[in-house]
Design a protein around this ligand. Structure first.
Ligand code: NI
Length: 193
């Protein structure tokens, strides 16, 4: 059973490893990721956000289960990125925080689908932003890292709040130690990477 993890959980800073094989269990995990994404009203979710250290993310720009396309990107690589656009972003791992982030306007992405089909697509607009945000997650980068220094002050208090809540939960035994988390990540890597 997967769970959404929130800042400052260490897995959010862990660079995910390429996926070497897809099995029935991984397919069911992807289904769980979509469920978690819809439940939290998100439009994208990276594997690291559910404590999986593997290069995979899911997206549905509509945010509605019955509406838009359900996209799965395995081992995604941005091959070309052009233009520049600013827009407000949020993140399921940083609930309640929003900030303007500058991204590329269009990206050329290469990846694989769940059935092994190669994806080569030129994407722009909202989906291009989602792809860049989720791919950042797989490299251990959060959107707050891309907020310019002069706007960081506004979110610093909220981040400190997340940090003290995390410490309290860990003291209460609700969150594993870094060592135990690392062991879990290594076990997933041994299975899929
Ligand atoms: Ni996010």
């Amino acid at each position: 059973m997967l769970h959404l993890i929130t800042y400052p959980h260490p897995t959010l800073r862990y660079p995910a490893k390429p996926i070497a094989r897809v099995d029935a269990h991984l397919k069911s995990l992807v289904g769980e990721m979509f469920d978690i994404m819809y439940e939290h009203r998100g439009v994208g979710l990276a594997a690291t956000q559910v404590n999986l250290p593997i290069r995979l993310f899911v997206a549905n720009p509509s945010g509605e289960k019955e509406t838009g396309p359900e996209l799965v990107f395995i081992n995604p690589v941005i091959q070309r990125a052009t233009g520049s656009a600013e827009a407000e972003e949020g993140c399921l791992s940083l609930p309640g925080i929003n900030a303007t982030v500058k991204r590329n306007k269009s990206v050329k992405i290469n990846a694989y689908g769940l059935d092994g089909t190669e994806i080569n697509a030129e994407v722009d607009g909202f989906l291009a932003r989602i792809i860049q945000h989720e791919l950042d997650h797989l490299d251990g980068v959060l959107f707050i890292d891309r907020v310019p220094e002069q706007n960081r002050m506004q979110i610093q208090d909220e981040l400190s709040g997340f940090e003290s809540t995390f410490e309290m939960k860990r003291k209460a035994g609700l969150i594993l130690s870094d060592e135990k988390i690392f062991e879990e990540l290594k076990a997933w890597e041994a299975k899929y990477c």
